[in-house]
Design a protein around this ligand. Sequence first.
Ligand code: HEM
Length: 215
Amino acid sequence: MWFVRFLTSSIGKKLVMASSGLLLFLFLCTHAAGNATIFMSSKVFQSYADELHSHPLIVLVFSLSLLAIFLVHIGVGLYLFNENRAVSTSRYAVSTRVVKNSLASQTMPYTGLFILLFLVVHIFGFTFSPKTVPISVTVKELLGNFFYALFYILAFAALFLHLSHGFWSMLQTFGVNHPRYNEFIARLTLVFPLFFFAIFAGIAFYFMTGLGANY
Ligand code: HEM
């Protein structure tokens, strides 16, 4: 079938990575906005979480779709990484791809796997936390632990690195590339990762240092 053939082609796989990456980016925007209510008060954050969970069907569909998007992004990402490695170690292959040779681009699979490890820890800690304890209390308790919060901050640094290349790569795949705007695009690829780092690491830092003691 032409669709399967397209999806398994090189450009098809890049498009799958870019589209799933875009959806994950949109999730991060909503998650960062929701979590930022922590800085207002535990009451505001709790009412945000309660409002979300008052629509269980929407939450279920959203969570399952998110899981599927993550699996596709990770699966195709690892496949592309192996494929690229096979090409670069072949004595006969000539690579015509222009690779942005930065720390972020070279470490994509490793930062990706670290984020995956973070997600497993995160979901066990928060999504599957005992329902008898309000989520606003769980957040304070878990992130009040210095080493737990430190692990989170390291994961957010990996997320920063991953997104700083991923965002650029996604825009290239979508053809957002023009000599007049390339400078602006390059800056844009840093603004969003920095913004996410500030919000997420800011929350971990808030509890880790005791700044959020009265939250
Ligand atoms: C300090 C920063 C963060 C805090 C405080 C936080 C908080 C939370 C909380 C409270 C939940 C559970 C929501 C609920 O079921 O009531 C949750 C779920 C989740 N978080 Fe985070 N989060 C943070 C950072 C992140 C980051 C950076 C990512 C992605 C890289 C992420 C991905 C997820 C995912 C995938 C879920 C499950 C969503 C679902 O089941 O639909 N979180 N987070």
